[in-house]
Design a protein around this ligand. Structure first.
Ligand code: MN
Length: 495
């Protein structure tokens, strides 16, 4: 589909799928760009989008910019959109929120879940076209490689949906999927993930697990799917949160070839099953030893043994749009970071309501390792409570490594302002709290015994709180200059 064919969408309230999201962005200056220049989805697309909008922590040069539609892919007939959620401001616009309000709005949605509904085949745009074997996913889908060392082409925004073979409870999660053959994909499950638990139960019973992979979705669905336990425990369908964000139930449809359901308004759906006992090396296509770039900013190691999804049908809309994430960089930060912010907020609100006035899971940690907490001290007894909030954040999210605490007069989304607080409101020996030897996350290469003699095993870390809040008793000494409020729009400033 070409940009000129996108529907005109005036309000984010009307967004119900990928193309209405793109139609909405088209009307906002600076949020959607496109190119008709021929681009190869292998290596070239990622290299281009890295500089346009994928952002840090990919190596320089990087840009933060619009989502980009590649209309002309070498060897493929589908267009590709990259970076839909690679900006926090854009993510907020698509969810009818603001950068600062996003975690608060997500928490509100968590408190008002809305169950998905199932629509008929005729009402499901994702089944306008049905392909049955034989087909070759490698020539059908413009799946991308980021570098010459990637294991193979990856589907980076495939939303898996499966049901617990024992309870029937549903789960949706994004997992990286590497094209391994004409009808085969490897799935990387980080240990403990819910659909992997379903897979293990099915395998223990000698059965296959039916699965759908939906690609090209309403951004609210992708964001909600990135909630993790303990906020969304096993059995909690993350689509109920997506429905709450849109105040409209998410629409599912029965698959045509397996007993599973898919996202009815997806652009493309892969249907299939994870077969018991079937495993493959992640880098079987290339033998490179690598997977793809991972969120901490380094190349991932290829997993030696991954479950395999056998695809039994591909269904899609007329003129489907393939959606991809490049990075994982800013888009990954928003997808994982904003739900994490809501999860931390939920825990802190329970114990000290109204004190946490802002939270930002920063791109430097890929949305997982570094959080900036903005705290309002209301009375002398609030002294020390920001550190208490940091401890709650560590409890809410075990992968969190560093917490920076600032007062509510600091802009947490402006690195300059945060570093200013860390410079003028921080004394290293008095304002730093070390929590050594705590379980963290194995993908941070500094979290290894070779790096620090205090770490007994990989994945342990010294969690650290940087308390850059002003002592309550000294608050007058730290008052910022007060300027009159003005509305810049009134000043007709030209350039
Ligand atoms: Mn889950």
């Amino acid at each position: 589909m070409l940009v000129t064919q996108l529907p005109a969408v005036d309000s984010a309230a009307e967004i119900c799928d990928l193309r209405s999201a793109l139609g909405f962005l088209k009307s906002i200056p600076g949020q959607l760009a496109w190119t008709e220049h021929p681009v190869d989805p292998r290596e070239e697309l990622a290299a281009v989008y890295k500089q346009v909008g994928a952002g840090s922590p990919l190596p320089p040069p990087v840009g933060s910019g619009p989502a980009l539609i590649f209309e002309n892919l070498k060897g493929f007939s589908l267009p590709v959109v990259a970076g839909l959620l690679a900006s926090r401001e854009r993510t907020a616009l698509l969810l009818r929120s603001s950068s600062a309000r996003l975690p608060f709005d997500l928490l509100e949605a968590l408190h008002h879940p809305l169950l998905p509904i199932t629509v008929s085949h005729a009402e499901a745009p994702c089944q306008e076209t049905i392909l049955r074997p034989p087909f070759d996913l490698r020539t059908l889908l413009p799946a991308i490689t980021h570098t010459s060392r990637d294991a193979g082409p990856y589907i980076t925004l495939g939303l898996l949906r499966a049901e617990d073979p024992e309870t029937g409870q549903a789960d949706v999660t994004i997992h990286r999927l590497c094209l391994q053959g004409a009808d085969r994909l490897s799935i990387y499950f980080v240990p403990g993930r819910h659909i992997d638990q379903f897979r293990a139960k099915a395998e223990a019973a000698g059965r296959s697990l039916p699965v759908s992979v939906s690609i090209g979705l309403d951004p609210a669905i992708y964001v909600a799917a990135c909630f993790e336990p303990p906020t969304t425990p096993l059995g909690l369908d993350e689509l109920t949160v997506a429905g709450a964000l849109r105040r409209r139930p998410v629409e599912l449809v029965d698959c045509v070839s397996v007993p599973a359901k898919a996202l009815a308004r997806a652009e493309i759906v892969l249907e299939g099953a994870i077969l018991p006992g079937d495993r493959i090396r992640e880098d079987a296509p290339s033998g490179s030893g690598c997977a793809m770039p991972e969120f901490p900013g380094y190349m991932g190691v290829a997993q030696p043994e991954l479950p395999v999804l056998r695809v039994t049908a591909v269904t899609h809309r007329r003129n489907p749009i393939f959606q991809t994430l490049v990075g994982p960089a800013l888009e990954h930060t928003n997808l994982t970071g904003i739900p994490t912010e809501a999860s931390i907020l939920r825990l802190v609100e329970d114990t000290m309501p109204g004190r946490l006035t802002g939270i930002y899971c920063h791109p430097a940690g890929g949305g997982k390792y570094l959080a900036i907490l903005q705290f309002r001290k209301l009375s002398p007894s609030d002294e020390g409570r920001p550190r208490q909030a940091a401890l709650a954040a560590f409890a809410a999210f075990p992968e969190l490594k560093h917490v920076i605490l600032v007062d509510d007069d600091v802009n947490i989304f402006d690195n300059d302002d945060v570093f200013w607080a860390m410079t003028t409101r921080y004394q290293g020996d008095a304002s730093t709290v070390f929590i050594p030897g705590v379980r963290c996350h194995p993908l941070d290469p500094s979290q290894a015994p070779e790096f620090s003699p205090f770490l007994r095993a990989p994945g342990l870390s010294c969690k650290t709180i940087f308390d850059c809040t002003v002592p309550y008793a000294m608050r007058d000494r730290f008052r910022r200059p007060e300027f009159m409020p003005v509305d810049l729009a009134e000043y007709e400033i030209r350039s």
